[in-house]
Design a protein around this ligand. Sequence first.
Ligand code: CTP
Length: 418
Amino acid sequence: MKRLNLAQQMARRMPAGALGTLEKVEKAACQRGWRIYLAGGAVRDLLLRRPVLDIDLVVEGDAVQLAVETAKTLKAGRLTIHPPFLTASIRAPGLNMDFATARTESYTCPGALPSVRPAKLDDDLRRRDFSINAMAVSLNSADFGTLIDYCGGQADLKAGLIRVLHEESFRDDATRIWRAVRYEQRLGFAIERQTLTWLRHDLDKLQTVSGERIRHELECVFAEPYPEKVFRRATGLGIPKKLHPRLTMPRDLARWYARVRRVSTDKKTRGALYLALLTYNTSAAAAKQVCASLGLDKKATRIIDATHSLKSRLDALDDHPLQPSAIYQILNGYAEEAILANLTTARSGMVRRNIRFYLDELRYVKTELAGGDLLAIGMKKGPQIKAALEYLLAARLDGEVRTRRDEEKWLKESGFGN
Ligand code: CTP
């Protein structure tokens, strides 16, 4: 049977210049008698006629050496090497390439990272997560573009199925549980029946995976166009509860996430907001435990803490028409992400208006006089200066002073500096 050739798809869907670079990589590999292949998600996306952004190469040979030489010929980009995994990557403008030596993996115990040994392409594909991610395309000049599909990936792509390659797959690597749901929801596929049975059976293995690896999976979910779909499905399968028994998906999550996408385009802020909202309906204590179990850094933990702390004060923004200085006092000092998270969840129009007023205007208001000016008019160093500046700022926020002279007058009349 004639095998499918994807050379044309590659020319169409890969970043400009990628094919030229791949040709050079192939030449260098060929000179050493090594064979190279495009593998994994890139092949899946070519078959789905989606753009291919990341180029994953498998080398039957020394991937690290090949990457080092490629980086030299490219004369651009950043080379990173991971010797224990026999992998390297090059990040160049418009081109991300990962090089991996074809390998088999063995898992010493569930949750641990695998130990790897060089092997043939066949073994490398059969150790992978799902059939749709276990295909390769030859980049070797003799059969450039030929699809290699030992595990029925093409058929599963056609049928819209996420299928693991063997019964141990989720036990070997429980992060595949999150991955299965993520691909299912991204592609509008279904997790194949037997795979789903194994997934349910091995849910507990998620607890053997390090917080850092789970965090990486969550970050991948947050990078999806609709993370809420992944969480809805994951919740149906009882996956988030393996992170924390009291982690339940808020009923409004889809609405909140849609709002997040409207207010924030920056990937980092979006991720922080998604996470803060995921834990919004848990207690502050449970949210803290989730942060700790994911090994979140200080900044991310502070955002989640602040989100909960502000949530408990939100009613104060709803009471009655508030003075701008009162709004400022409630919100000042909270991380912007925590404020945005609460803006997203607030049901009251008044609360939302007050938060927007703060974000758009109040937080930028400054007094004209600074500490040095107060010393110059005879005030003593110490807490009095801070109190006077706060007092002045409140007067500015509420429109009671507008100019530097107003500020000086206001201070005198209020008894500061006497
Ligand atoms: N892989 C695996 N098991 C994992 C993670 C990855 O078998 N737990 C394999 C899959 O073959 C996958 C490839 O490594 O295709 C690359 O992994 P990754 O970059 O995470 O995924 P992509 O398939 O490139 O998908 P995405 O579009 O999400 O980047």
